[in-house]
Design a protein around this ligand. Structure first.
Ligand code: SF4
Length: 228
């Protein structure tokens, strides 16, 4: 399907689009489907994917919807490492600019982004309604683990993971390596990936925009002016 192109020339935005698509908030994909003139199921099957989130503080998976990446099959869970160029990024522009995911909008355009945004979105996706919507779109519950694929991916990324582990060990408390040693290898990999994702989002995307900025107490709804 030929989609309209919208101007999106911000360099930071373009870097984010090439690296990892932002998350929708629950209830947002309907606007995107409307913009494209298709059903939410068709949108999901052709263009979206299910991202995952887990940390040692939140030891169960939370799932969220975002645009798929170009290297993956849409309409299913992301790979173990959900990185890559967004399917809606074409010719340096966002094809769904008028109904892009909330995380894309806040990351790229807010003068004062909320650094805990990602965690707040995790809480939103953890509610019963959004969980049910993801199951209905997928036609089954999302994967609870990454099995052989996750292990293979981790082995491929072994050098990068080792370096990241060393850096995180230096950055975080002395108890971090002890905790990691107590976990199973797969749990270690999932925790590492989740921590790297948080670091990436917090430091590279939001941090660049808001050096020394303050955190707001507005919550997600307090930032709704971004959509207006
Ligand atoms: S939806 Fe648009 S703004 Fe968000 S990552 Fe994709 S191309 Fe970029």
């Amino acid at each position: 399907m030929e989609l309209p192109l919208f101007e999106c020339s911000c360099a930071r935005c373009q870097r984010a689009c090439q690296k990892k698509p932002g998350w929708f908030r629950p209830g947002e994909i309907e606007k995107t489907a409307e913009l494209l003139g298709i059903s939410t199921k068709e949108l999901f099957d052709k263009y979206l994917a299910i991202d995952h989130y887990m940390t040692k503080e939140r030891p169960t998976f939370t799932y969220a919807l975002s645009p798929a990446t170009k290297h993956m099959k849409p309409g299913m869970e992301f790979d173990y490492v959900p990185a890559g160029e967004c399917v809606f990024y074409q010719g340096g522009k966002c094809q769904i600019h008028g109904a892009k995911p909330y995380e894309c909008a806040i990351t790229d355009h807010s003068p004062n982004p909320d650094k805990k945004l990602h965690l707040r979105m995790v809480e939103e996706w953890d509610a019963e309604g959004p969980k049910k919507q993801i199951e209905e779109l997928l036609g089954r519950p999302p994967h609870k683990d990454f099995g052989v694929g996750g292990v293979a991916m981790s082995l491929m990324n072994a050098p990068a993971t080792a370096v990241a582990f060393f850096l995180l060990t230096l950055q975080h408390s002395r108890s971090f390596p002890i905790l990691m040693n107590m976990m199973s290898p797969i749990r270690q990999m999932v925790v590492m990936r989740a921590m790297l994702e948080r670091m990436e989002l917090d430091q590279e995307l939001m941090g660049e925009i808001d050096d020394g900025g303050t955190e707001t107490d507005d919550g997600l709804d307090g930032l709704s002016w971004l959509r207006e």
